[in-house]
Design a protein around this ligand. Structure first.
Ligand code: HEM
Length: 136
């Protein structure tokens, strides 16, 4: 059995938190239309409950992301890696900000655009994360 290391624990926490943030939105996209059709009053309850799990997960992904930054010698990586990392962090921040607009927004536009941008930026951040593993 391979022994756990601080690096594997750091990446495990980062990817699990990222999976809750991204995967949770995928599940919501799948179940909310059905809930809205059958129990419209429950939609808000489900969204609030997701938020109670999603925002702590987002905090963990940002904190472990900063830890990652502390462990990766970014100055010693390729320009392509640095650009990918910058784009990834920007997408992660856009994802959080858009999700906040979606949560506190009252207009249909804030709900729709905030939700869509938050979801797509999170997906793209996840993909950029795996791009980073293809080489420094
Ligand atoms: C929605 C937000 C985020 C998602 C979905 C995400 C996802 C990922 C994924 C999938 C990886 C690759 C894991 C692997 O090697 O198997 C990764 C790596 C990494 N992430 Fe994130 N991440 C997010 C936010 C952040 C933030 C905010 C930062 C920095 C502040 C960050 C910094 C890093 C770094 C530096 C690595 C490379 C670590 C290494 O190779 O040792 N991430 N991320």
């Amino acid at each position: 059995m391979l022994s756990p290391t601080l690096t594997t624990i750091r990446m495990f926490l980062h990817v699990v938190a990222a999976s809750v943030w991204v995967g949770g939105q995928i599940v919501l996209v799948g179940i909310v239309p059905a809930i809205r059709a059958s129990y419209p009053e429950a939609t808000r309850t489900v969204a609030k409950a997701y938020g109670r799990v999603a925002w702590p997960a987002f905090a963990v992904v940002v904190l472990t992301g900063l830890w990652n930054l502390g462990e990766v010698d970014v100055t010693n990586t390729s320009t392509a890696y640095q650009i990918t990392l910058f784009v990834k962090i920007a997408l992660a921040m856009v994802s959080g900000a858009a999700a906040a607009v979606h949560q506190v927004g009252r207009s249909k536009v804030a709900l729709a655009v905030g939700g869509a941008v938050g979801f797509l930026a999170a997906l793209a951040a996840m993909y950029c994360g795996y791009l980073l593993t293809t080489g420094r």
